[in-house]
Design a protein around this ligand. Structure first.
Ligand code: ZN
Length: 360
């Protein structure tokens, strides 16, 4: 059975109680519109300021029921294996006891399993296909679809798509509150759930990698999502207002700049994750730049990577999105298989991320 939002919070408490030396509960400052507080669980034996960290997000989209369960399951697996000094196996994706120790003793993993608890509760009790959060409908808007914001269009990265993209870029977001899928919200980072993710990044400069776990395509995405990547023209970037009328179109000779080295790191880590997924039961998610799925603005992965470009004091954070499985709410037997795929991917990332990122 899928965890409900109360069970997710209980699991965080229970994992901390069982493994106090390897975990810390972190409470973000912004309650949701319905007054819920979704917490984070830091997993790792080293003090937070001593080692690099990965931020793992789940449950941003309400109807995507697998990712929060996957993150709780992985946290539990890692903590149990570490305490028993055993390895972990997900199908043919196997990790040794020393590798489990390496993950917990050389990194911190910030699990934020359910970013959007109001949405999950609504999806699990009332409307299974719900995607957004539960911001009340604006005055004068009526109808159930006018509630809510798509949190993964609400981050402060090219958020104002009507001003920042070519009209024919077909960027996958909306300024219409009654868009039931992709309403971007009344302002960038208007939503408490979005601000909690920003807060986690602001307060933990050790975070160098962010993985936002969604479903279901499947695919593993790396930066960028706003336009095609290019590594030859630094001036063609998201801060350049000259591109506001043309940004986002395919094959027009103008793309979003990413240094070749950063692109290589993103691709290599995404491929490491995909290799680990494939070993579980043979499913090939594939790897792509986020733009390859569709052009986006206001997403968590691009926001994370953009931070060091808009603020020189900010840590460079490589952003990834895992779109796991091929349906939003598979029967739980299938969900358990997808959870193994996500778990294998994230352990592989934790093992490889420091080496791949810091060796170049
Ligand atoms: Zn999603």
């Amino acid at each position: 059975m899928y965890l409900n939002v109360t069970e997710i919070e209980s699991a965080i408490t229970n994992l901390h109680d069982a493994h106090p030396g390897a975990t810390e509960i972190i409470t973000p400052p912004h309650p949701t519109h319905e007054g819920r507080t979704a917490r984070l669980l830091r997993v790792g034996t080293r003090p937070v300021d001593e080692v690099p960290a990965i931020l793992l997000l789940g449950g941003m989209h309400a109807r995507e029921w697998v990712p929060p369960d996957a993150l709780i399951s992985l946290a539990a697996d890692l903590l149990e294996a570490h305490s028993l000094a055993t390895g972990l196996g997900y199908g043919a994706s196997a990790f040794t006891a020393p590798q489990v120790t390496q993950v917990l003793d050389s990194l911190n993993l910030f699990f934020f399993p359910c970013v959007n608890p109001d949405g999950r509760a609504f999806s699990q009790t009332t409307s299974a296909t719900w995607r957004k959060n539960r911001r009340p409908a604006p005055a004068g808007s009526t109808g159930p679809s006018c509630v809510g914001v798509d949190l993964n269009r609400n981050f402060d990265f090219l958020w104002d798509h009507t001003a920042k993209f070519a009209p024919n870029a077909h960027v996958h977001t909306s300024d219409k509150p009654c868009d039931v899928q992709v309403y971007r919200g009344p302002a960038a980072a208007s939503e408490p759930e979005t601000r909690n993710v920003v807060w986690a990044l602001d307060n933990h400069p050790q975070i160098e990698w962010l993985v936002d776990v969604h479903s279901a395509v499947p695919v593993i995405l790396h930066n960028w999502g706003c336009d095609q990547n290019q590594s030859v023209t630094p001036a063609d970037n998201f801060r350049n207002p000259d591109l506001d009328a043309v940004r986002g179109r395919p094959d027009d000779g103008i793309g979003e700049f990413i240094p070749e080295q950063d692109l290589q790191i993103g691709v290599e880590l995404a491929e490491q994750m995909n290799d680990a997924v494939r070993a579980v039961r043979g499913v090939d998610y594939g790897v792509d730049a986020a733009y390859g799925l569709y052009p986006t603005s206001g997403t968590s992965d691009d926001y994370a990577y953009s931070r060091h470009l808009t603020d020189p004091a900010a840590t460079k954070v490589f952003g990834f999105t895992i779109e796991c499985g091929d349906t939003f709410q598979p029967d739980f037997g299938e969900a358990e298989q997808v959870i193994q795929e996500v778990s294998a991917a994230l352990v592989a990332l934790a093992l490889k991320a420091p080496e791949v990122t810091h060796s170049v």
